[in-house]
Design a binder for this molecule. Structure first.
Ligand code: GDP
Length: 468
């Protein structure tokens, strides 16, 4: 069991299905009193108390208030600790999916002694009781939020095969071996307690470095699928940014007119470009203006541009490049962000794409697109995927880092491992090196939640809805 100091004294209940009318609604009760509470509100048809029923078996009966008034008939299933989602005694109660019926059943459970669960509290209890690690709960959150098949595949892989946690656990265990040996050598130098030679210890730490490095390499792909790449569309007024944004979204989300400077705010939306999730910001034309409202739009656009990782830069190739295009090209030449150059309005007579491509050089990612007829979007998909998707990674079975939190923790582990190796090769005493290894292990433990900070944990669980 994980060493977490998050006491869970009481029994909680919640409706786990979405609010609204449906075929059935499911309510969950979890905690030490779950079975006793179920006994107060559920009368099995067979006449025996619910608490006498077999674990994990559906029992049909009446749902009643604690005073004995019948609310509905339904089905209850008992999951005794620890073989339940939360690791606690849990009862799942299914009733007819009416809004009022469901509310009455929940009220009965609360009157019978349960407390209304907080958002994500069932999952949090599962974490506290060691049923899942922190990266698995993140995967579960992603599974529920998934909007693309790639997101689903990645989340399922992390959740069910525990790819990432298993790999992190393995590295942790190896470092633990090295540390135990070093500490035994330091504490009792005269007794020969160590069974690893210094070169074996170096080998273990080097191997940990390789494994952590390999994990870190997966983040570009994991981030692109799971979190999404903050992306801006930029270009001078009237180059067709709003039309392009709408074409990518497949609907009219931004206002398109032929008056320059009509896009006054920054719109944002998550879309999939092939396997990559793109968090798309449609920015106001980045240009000088005296209009105050437009100035705000331009300032927000600059902010979005600063935070973006990918820039889709539009050039109207139906016209010659002008000074605004030139200054955008100069700016993009300086940026360290990824840039895809779009020869836009490709349906019209092309007067400047040759000049543009000649200026950018052969290897620059350039695509020809018409937002008027939708041509060129396949090329955009291929280009964006080639920037972010590592085809050697199997997102359904490999250990893949998929959140910034995991990436940061691993990055810290990598730094401490590197420091440990430097200390080893500089011939430093074992205690400095042991401290580095201890810090690396702590970072790995944070990744999986064994020693994560309360605010970090709270942030993850706040993403869940009530009843999950
Ligand atoms: P923005 O100011 O950059 O957001 O540009 P808009 O999206 O408002 O488009 C400016 C004008 O260009 C409008 O009249 C659009 O209909 C037109 N336009 C946008 N994309 C294309 C395109 O791919 N082909 C053609 N022919 N016209 C386009």
């Amino acid at each position: 069991m994980r060493n977490c100091n998050h006491a869970v004294p009481d029994t909680v209940a919640a409706v786990s299905t979405p609010f609204g009318k449906g075929g059935v609604a499911l309510l969950r009760i979890s905690g030490t009193e779950a079975v006793a509470i179920a006994d107060r509100v559920f009368r099995p048809a067979g006449g025996r108390p619910f608490s006498a029923s077999t674990d994990r078996t559906a029992v049909y009966g009446q749902i009643v208030t604690p005073d004995g008034d019948v609310i509905d008939d339904g089905v209850a299933v008992l999951f005794r600790a620890p073989r339940s989602f939360t690791g606690e005694d849990t009862v799942e109660l299914t009733c007819h999916g009416g809004i009022l019926i469901t509310q009455c059943v929940l009220t009965a459970l609360l009157e019978a002694g349960a407390r209304q669960a907080e958002p994500g509290e069932f999952t949090r209890r599962a974490f506290v009781h060691g049923r899942m690690g922190l990266s698995e709960t993140e995967a579960l959150g992603n599974l529920l939020d998934a909007k693309s098949h790639e997101q689903l595949t990645l989340a399922r892989g992390a959740l069910h095969r525990g790819g990432l946690s298993a790999e992190v656990e393995a590295v942790y265990a190896r470092l633990m071996d090295a540390l135990a040996n070093m500490e035994a050598g330091m504490d009792f130098p005269e007794e020969d307690l160590t069974d690893l030679t210094p070169s074996e210890i170096r080998h273990i730490v080097t191997e940990a470095q390789t494994r952590v490095g390999r994990l870190l390499d997966t983040y570009r792909t994991g981030h692109a699928i799971a979190e999404g790449i903050p992306t801006v569309i930029c270009g001078k007024p009237n180059v067709g940014k709003s039309s392009f944004y709408n074409r990518l979204l497949g609907r009219e989300a931004a206002i398109v007119t032929d008056v320059a400077g009509t896009t006054r705010d920054v719109l944002s939306e998550s879309i999939t470009v092939g396997r990559v999730t793109v968090r798309l910001f449609d920015t106001a034309g980045l240009h000088d203006t005296d209009d105050r409202v437009e100035q705000i739009g331009v300032a927000r656009a600059k902010q979005a541009l600063a935070e973006a990782e990918l820039i889709l830069a539009l050039f109207d190739v139906s016209r010659p490049l002008d000074t605004e295009d030139e200054s955008l090209l100069d700016e993009l030449a300086q940026t360290r962000k990824a840039v895809v150059y779009v020869c836009h309005k490709a349906d019209l007579a092309d007067v400047s794409s040759k000049e543009l491509t000649a200026r950018l050089g052969e290897n620059a990612p350039v695509v020809r697109i018409s937002s008027a007829d939708g041509s060129g979007l396949d090329e955009l998909v291929a280009t964006v995927e080639s920037l972010y998707i590592n085809e050697t990674i199997h997102t359904d079975s490999d250990a893949v880092v998929f959140s910034a939190r995991q990436n940061q923790a691993l990055g810290r582990a990598a730094e401490h491992i590197e420091a440990a190796l430097t200390h080893l090769s500089d011939g430093w005493t074992y205690d400095l090196c042991a401290e580095d290894i201890r810090c690396a292990m702590e970072a790995l433990a944070e990744l999986d939640g064994r020693s994560a900070r309360e605010d970090v944990i709270g942030e993850i669980f706040s993403r869940f809805c009530v009843g999950k």
